[in-house]
Ligand binder design. Sequence first.
Ligand code: HEC
Ligand code: HEC
Ligand code: HEC
Ligand code: HEC
Length: 253
Amino acid sequence: MGQVMEKRASKQFGGALPFLLGFLGAAAIGWVLVPELVFCAKEQPFRFSHQTHVEGQEMACEDCHFFREDGSYAGFPRNEECMNCHDVGAPEDRAVVLEAIEAAGGAEAVLAQESGPEDLDSLIVSAEPEDIAAEREMLVGYLLTGVEIPWYTYQYQPDNVFFSHKAHANLTLADPDAGHGEAEGAEAVEAEETTDQANCALCPPAGIESGTSPPPFMENVISGYSKSTMKMWQCEQCHAKMHQDNACYVCHK
Ligand code: HEC
Ligand code: HEC
Ligand code: HEC
Ligand code: HEC
């Protein structure tokens, strides 16, 4: 009787060990390798430097990232805002430049070289070769042709998540522990710009607002979501600290 038991026990063990090893191996692949394989790096349409515009041109964040009159958030600026400075002229003038580009072999051929045709060169405001190349891409691909620039949104959230910039504006969000924890306390902060900047800086990628070239956008190849969105626990952690409701329906609609 005892012998039979022993035999069964060792048989069980013999079955469990390979299973356990296989399981750990699969888990290691799942945790370590797959997350890296699942993301694909995509470049923004062209290199845009926040530094050039914020420091160099002394622009405020709200010049490009602003609330519309109805309170909704504009997100990225549209061509028309860029054209306040990158002036490509009236539609007739643009047609002339586009014709010159065609005559020079088309958009691709023109972008492959560092300068020319002359009509295009006369629109360039940058001085450094690297900046000129980026500006040429913007002009030829978008401003002259009237195509809006398809920026990738690092903060893109799944469709079922509701986030309102308006609800989070003008709060001292950057440091909820520092005594401005309550929404009411936030009004005590006077320098509005500083508040806005601190709030925007909460959203990764860190330092983008003062950088010279945006980092690649990491796209989840299965869901299409961005890798660097704020995660649910981060939203909830701040809501908890600031005594906000964390019921599922607050954020999921
Ligand atoms: C001249 C217009 C302009 C100004 C001024 C500007 N931005 Fe931007 N911002 C952009 C454009 C264009 C993008 C998209 C390209 C990119 O990601 O760099 C962007 C992207 C961003 C993003 C990434 C958002 C996401 O989820 O993809 C953040 C954060 C940001 N800006 C913050 C700021 C802050 C903070 C300031 C002020 C210090 C500022 N920006 C000033 C034009 C501007
Ligand atoms: C207030 C004026 C102003 C506005 C508005 C503006 N730019 Fe610029 N931009 C400039 C100037 C000036 C330069 C060249 C600066 C230099 O070389 O020092 C420049 C340079 C650039 C360059 C070359 C690379 C770089 O970033 O330095 C790109 C690309 C560019 N701008 C894109 C944009 C886009 C996209 C928008 C709209 C979201 C925009 N700009 C809005 C003034 C402006
Ligand atoms: C740094 C702190 C902080 C972070 C991070 C934060 N929230 Fe909030 N959230 C607040 C506060 C404070 C309020 C209340 C604002 C008010 O009542 O004026 C709020 C309110 C809300 C509301 C209610 C808005 C309304 O119109 O009633 C929603 C929805 C929400 N947050 C979603 C999110 C989501 C989604 C995220 C993450 C992507 C997030 N929040 C991240 C602090 C935060
Ligand atoms: C404070 C805001 C907030 C609250 C409250 C919240 N969530 Fe989320 N949730 C998010 C955000 C932001 C994401 C997307 C980012 C991520 O995946 O972490 C998310 C993602 C999810 C996802 C994955 C959805 C997808 O399409 O990838 C599920 C499932 C989910 N939440 C369930 C819940 C449940 C259940 C509750 C209530 C117990 C809840 N959430 C409460 C903000 C919130």
